[in-house]
Design a protein around this ligand. Structure first.
Ligand SMILES: NC(=O)c1ccc[n+]([C@@H]2O[C@H](COP(=O)([O-])OP(=O)(O)OC[C@H]3O[C@@H](n4cnc5c(N)ncnc54)[C@H](OP(=O)(O)O)[C@@H]3O)[C@@H](O)[C@H]2O)c1
Length: 295
């Protein structure tokens, strides 16, 4: 069974991005800039934002973090986004989710200029993805990272049956739409399962490529997987584990040990899809810089 090593691929990708940032600077005298806005003090969000900023700096991009109080108004947040939309030094804008309840997340997504929406959440970017205009849009970072992994491991996709479990706007829906596109790296027959799907194993057992984005530890068991399938585990779930210092450990949506006896290739958790997400965010930011500067 082949382990699809997202940690290694993300390191390779970050080295490639670093080299591209250097050559962009040599040509334009400027650097790509990513601005992340965080509202409130959610500990998990703070870790994510710190990691994004650290990785950004590692590859030579300018990272700016704007911290706002938990009682920030929607108007203040949107006014700040409009300023960033007009700032030529900012090539990527990301608003860390979740947002406090007084702020409408969709209104915030709509406020970001689609040409700087490096998260790929704006309906214009999602719409372009659905319509196959991938060269002119930003693809949501987690699905984009999975595509990159499949490509780098030469996983054949054309005509394969890809089953995506989960239909969130940030993972399941863009993932399924990406695999449906008529491209060399995709071109799958796609099925989407969700919480109202009857008999999920009936579908997953037919998957050549099975993508689990559910948020439930060990949901995908060995009997749900077709022998030889490629299994991509997006889930990040904390489970209690008294043997660790922290008292918990991270597991995916797939029962890794049992499914690894059936699958031909799998992503582990941690070290699979997770590290790719930040790398693709930076790839999108570089792409934004290149488009804005006509490179
Ligand atoms: N590796 C990464 O970088 C990364 C990035 C993003 C998310 N994640 C992880 O990926 C997982 C999914 O994230 P998300 O943001 O997509 O979550 P989400 O918004 O909660 O969506 C979960 C999806 O799973 C479906 N689902 C829930 N229970 C189900 C069940 N019993 N049977 C079938 N489908 C079920 C839901 O169906 P309904 O639509 O019917 O409710 C929903 O579509 C989470 O563990 C998250 O932490 C990882």
């Amino acid at each position: 069974m082949l382990i699809i090593d997202g940690k290694k691929v993300s390191l390779d990708l970050k080295n490639e991005l670093k080299a591209s940032v250097e050559s962009c600077q040599a040509i334009t005298g400027k650097l790509p800039g990513l601005t992340v806005i965080i509202v409130g003090h959610d500990p998990a969000s703070q870790v994510y934002v710190r990691n994004k900023a650290k990785t950004c700096k590692e590859i030579g991009m300018i990272s700016t973090v704007i911290e706002m109080a938990a009682d920030t108004t929607e108007k203040h947040l949107i006014d700040t986004i409009h300023e960033l939309n007009n700032d030529p030094a900012v090539h990527g804008i990301l608003v860390q989710q979740p947002l406090p309840k007084q702020i409408d997340e969709f209104a915030v997504t709509l406020a970001i200029d689609p040409s700087k929406d490096v998260d790929g959440f704006h309906p214009e970017n999602l719409g372009r993805l659905v319509m196959g205009h991938l060269d002119k849009c930003f693809v949501s970072c987690t699905p984009y990272g999975i595509l990159e992994l499949l490509g780098r491991y030469n996983i054949e996709t054309r005509g394969k049956h890809c089953v995506v479990v989960g239909r969130s706007n940030i993972v399941g829906k863009p993932m399924a739409n990406l695999m449906l596109q008529k491209l060399d790296a995709t071109n799958c027959t796609v099925t989407i399962c969700h919480s109202a799907t009857k008999n999920i194993p009936f579908y997953t057992q037919q998957a050549d490529i099975l993508i689990a984005a559910i948020g439930k530890a060990g949901f995908i068991t060995a009997d749900m997987v077709k022998p030889g399938a490629v299994v991509i585990d997006v889930g990040i779930n904390r489970i209690e584990d008294a043997s660790t210092k922290s008292g918990y450990r991270l597991v995916g949506d797939v029962d890794f040990d049992a499914v690894s006896a059936v699958a031909s290739a799998m992503t582990p958790v941690p070290g699979g899809v997770g590290p790719m997400t930040i790398a693709m965010l930076l790839k999108n930011t570089l792409q934004s810089f290149q488009r804005i500067n006509g490179l």
